[in-house]
Design a protein around this ligand. Sequence first.
Ligand code: HEC
Ligand code: HEC
Length: 200
Amino acid sequence: MRLRATLLTSLVIFLAPVALPTVLAQTSEAPVPQVDRDAGLAEWERVYEVFAHPRCANCHVEDDRPRWSGPHYGATRVHAFNVQRGEDGFGNPGLRCTTCHMETNSPVLHGPPGAEAWHLAPPEMVWFDQSSAQICAQIKDPERNGGRSLDEVAVHVRDDDLVGWGWDPGPGREPAPGSAEQTYQAIQRWAAAGAPCPED
Ligand code: HEC
Ligand code: HEC
């Protein structure tokens, strides 16, 4: 026992000059090593391009008005017909989203697009007109993302019907970039790299 302890002590004394500076160097570094941060930011860029795309952001607004955008609409504008969020995101009592938005897309150009339970995202999940840094902070904040872990955010993107609509938006509308599965993968890789956010 005593011999072992002595051996261990001399080993520690022998290794200390080598090990200590390494440990210090590691602790003084940023929490996420630089190479992971760069890789993570590249993944975030993929996620951001989807979230900021009009097919997603037009339903993720802070005010009460969904947006219409793309060449097919002229430019970005508020939703016609005085459509508003209402108490529950499904519109005012007299003009519910589901009066016009069915469970599938209208096949007609300018016809209402559709998916099950069509309604606005809650105002705290705002992406429209927000910077990459702002969207990144929002999506990581359980207070503002519906209490989701990043894995749950990724699964929502892969499996939710309203999200899926963004890649199958009906005639005349540009789909969001990539696919639901690719975005799911990008969120997982971004999370694995420490989920870094760009500076403002
Ligand atoms: C009076 C019918 C009507 C109501 C009510 C209505 N919409 Fe629409 N909405 C439309 C039509 C029609 C279009 C397609 C317009 C076009 O393609 O020119 C559309 C398109 C949209 C789009 C696609 C915009 C884009 O750029 O991709 C979104 C998002 C949307 N509506 C959200 C909502 C939400 C949320 C509600 C309820 C709060 C709602 N709408 C209520 C008729 C309606
Ligand atoms: C028709 C409106 C609509 C469209 C279009 C839409 N969303 Fe949403 N989104 C919602 C609603 C409503 C919620 C809230 C659902 C909940 O919390 O259960 C939501 C919540 C989310 C969330 C949960 C976490 C958070 O902080 O926002 C994610 C992630 C998300 N949407 C991704 C997308 C992506 C990606 C697209 C485009 C490919 C998209 N959404 C398009 C209505 C929409």
